[in-house]
Design a protein around this ligand. Structure first.
Ligand SMILES: NC(=O)c1ccc[n+]([C@@H]2O[C@H](COP(=O)([O-])OP(=O)(O)OC[C@H]3O[C@@H](n4cnc5c(N)ncnc54)[C@H](O)[C@@H]3O)[C@@H](O)[C@H]2O)c1
Length: 333
């Protein structure tokens, strides 16, 4: 199975991507957070594409059972240099998805959040320099923006995070910028990712999973904050595709590298609309509204112009379809 890195020679659509290939079968990619929701799926995709995948996770929130069987697995905390010393001496790419992933939980222990999210990233940057990697792709977040106007938010907008989590993500992005010449990199500012594989037992991270879990368990959803808040929900399959493209597309003059890219659908969806989608799959569910959590953004959705032009993505799974697929999946496990 011959696989190649595709380099874009012109801008905007998938059909415009040309043949400018670099062979990548068997090249090593380090994927962190492989026992988690997104990292496990990204690792499985990279393995299916022919990469040799080395996965890392400390199993703090992830589960061993999520780790794809086709990859090598290192258990360890990336904030700890002992874990870094176990990484392969050379690698082509590092896809860094490990981290404490909840804005709400970042207030419980901000120092631990800093270690898990930001210090880990610094360690990986230094590892990347030593291993002479071609690219590090980083799991950043829409949390870096903070409160924004009710309009699509572009990557060059002002950033003012409201949570310790957002501060740590932004700091990691900035460290990546500082070392960008030594470690080419791209930060993916993911919006609200949802779908099969999301942790249904964690009721403090992931809006769709929290609401779906409550509906399926109690037929009653407690919403922390206003129903008029809005977000940009993107299905896991679309996110995995974005990670694959951000990793393997080279682009003219390394077009993808050195960028920060919003990963969303560009669709403004209210919490009330999400609840309708969930209730359509769990008939008879009631809703109760309580106080908001600290650091929660009122509303945000992505300007995806850059995602379209650099990653060639514009068709996405629609929310009603994605929630149905997610609900059907959960009902069968
Ligand atoms: N899910 C979303 O909607 C979303 C949105 C924006 C950004 N992100 C970011 O994407 C990444 C993946 O998110 P997810 O939803 O899959 O979260 P997740 O909690 O399911 O996965 C994160 C994984 O990282 C592991 N981990 C945490 N700290 C670690 C450390 N220091 N060393 C080694 N392993 C560690 C955990 O055990 C877990 O398996 C996270 O960095 C998160 O902040 C997620």
């Amino acid at each position: 199975m011959a696989r190649w890195i595709i380099s874009a020679t012109s801008g905007s659509t998938w059909s415009a991507w040309h043949s400018n290939y670099i062979y990548y079968v068997g090249k090593t990619v380090v994927v962190t957070g492989v026992a988690g929701f997104i990292g496990s799926r990204v690792a499985a995709r990279m393995a299916a594409e022919g990469f040799t995948v080395v996965g890392v996770d400390d199993l703090s929130s992830g589960k061993q059972s999520n780790v794809p069987s086709s990859i090598d697995f290192i258990q360890g905390n990336l904030a700890d240099t002992q874990t870094i010393s176990k990484l392969p001496k050379s690698a082509e790419f590092v896809l860094h998805l490990a981290g404490q992933s909840s804005g709400e939980m970042s207030f419980d222990d901000p120092i631990e959040d800093l270690k898990k999210n930001t210090i880990s990233t610094l360690h990986l940057i230094r590892y990347g320099i030593g291993a002479n990697i071609s690219k590090l792709v980083y799991a950043s977040s829409m949390s870096v923006y903070g409160n924004v106007p009710d309009a699509p938010i572009g990557e060059d907008e002002h950033v003012a995070p409201l949570s310790c989590y957002g501060v740590g993500k932004l700091a990691a992005e900035n460290y990546l910028n500082v070392f960008g010449k030594q470690v080419p990199n791209v930060s993916l500012r993911m919006f609200n990712v949802y779908g099969p594989g999301q942790d249904m037992t964690n009721l403090r991270q992931g809006m769709v999973s929290i609401y779906l879990a409550q509906a399926l368990t109690n037929k009653h959803i407690v919403v922390k904050g206003s129903l008029e808040r809005f977000r940009d929900f993107i299905y896991i399959d679309d996110v995995v595709e974005a990670w694959f493209r951000a990793t393997t597309f080279v682009g003219v003059g390394g077009g993808v590298d050195g960028n920060t890219i919003n990963i969303g659908t560009g669709v403004r969806t209210t919490v009330a609309q999400v609840l309708e989608a969930v209730k359509a799959n769990v008939v008879g569910t009631t809703v109760e509204v309580t106080d908001p959590t600290p650091g929660d953004q009122n509303g945000i959705f992505a300007d995806i112009t850059r995602m379209r032009s650099l990653l060639g993505m514009s068709d996405f799974v629609q929310l009603a379809d994605g929630v149905k697929r997610f609900s059907d999946f959960v009902k069968t496990v």
